[in-house]
Design a protein around this ligand. Sequence first.
Ligand code: DGL
Length: 266
Amino acid sequence: MKDHSQAILFFDSGIGGLGILREARILMPKHPFIYVIDNEGFPYGPWKEDKLRIRLLTLFYHILKKYEPLLCVIACNTASILALDDLRAAFPDYPFIGTVPAIKVAAKHTRSGLISVLATPVTIRHAYTKNLIVSFASQCFVQLVASEKLAGYAEDYLRGKRVDLDVIRSELLPCFVEENGKYTDIVVLACTHYPFLTNIFRKFALWPVDWLDPAEAIARRARSLLPTCRNKIETKEDLAYFTASQIDFAIKRLLHDYGFKYAGLV
Ligand code: DGL
């Protein structure tokens, strides 16, 4: 078995984590990365919360036992909101960095006071998101927009497949709110898949907004929590693992283009 003790582990249900990884590589260029993609569980949006939480804990039990990484980045809002606290409690020897909706940042920067949060249904209905609004954005009008389909379209789009632009448009439009002559000015991209669709989002925007992508902030946080390396970093090989064997050629090519070697099943 390979020694992954210097590796930073990224986890997502699909390709969403690549946006944060891109930033992390700039900040931590010497460290090897492991990217675990739960393609068997994708998409997370429609899952029942308890079942998904148990799945995540079970998966991490195996992942950590097998790879013993230096640090874990949960590059997925849905998984972080559901399981981050439980993961930290269950595996106290590992530092975990989560990805949660950037509502606090949006509330700080909005000028109109109208912000929207676009995310999977699990993220939108979870109390964690509601608590972020109460704690940090009580002075704002926050529009919560749940999408079941956008994560799947982001996967297709990055693979170069055709996507249904009309559906993307109709999933996006509820983010644009006008109230008393004021307009939404920030859309929080609270699913790591969505930044890959911003070119399309821009085309359908009813007016210009900031699309808030926390990727860089998460990468900075990861660097700040990076434990000192147990040994000198000798090899830098970035490896991608999956939870199911049905992996299409396009995803293998995409990961290869991002500098990852397909390493098999978790
Ligand atoms: N990338 C994930 C997130 O940030 C979710 C995508 C999905 O599985 O639906 O929430």
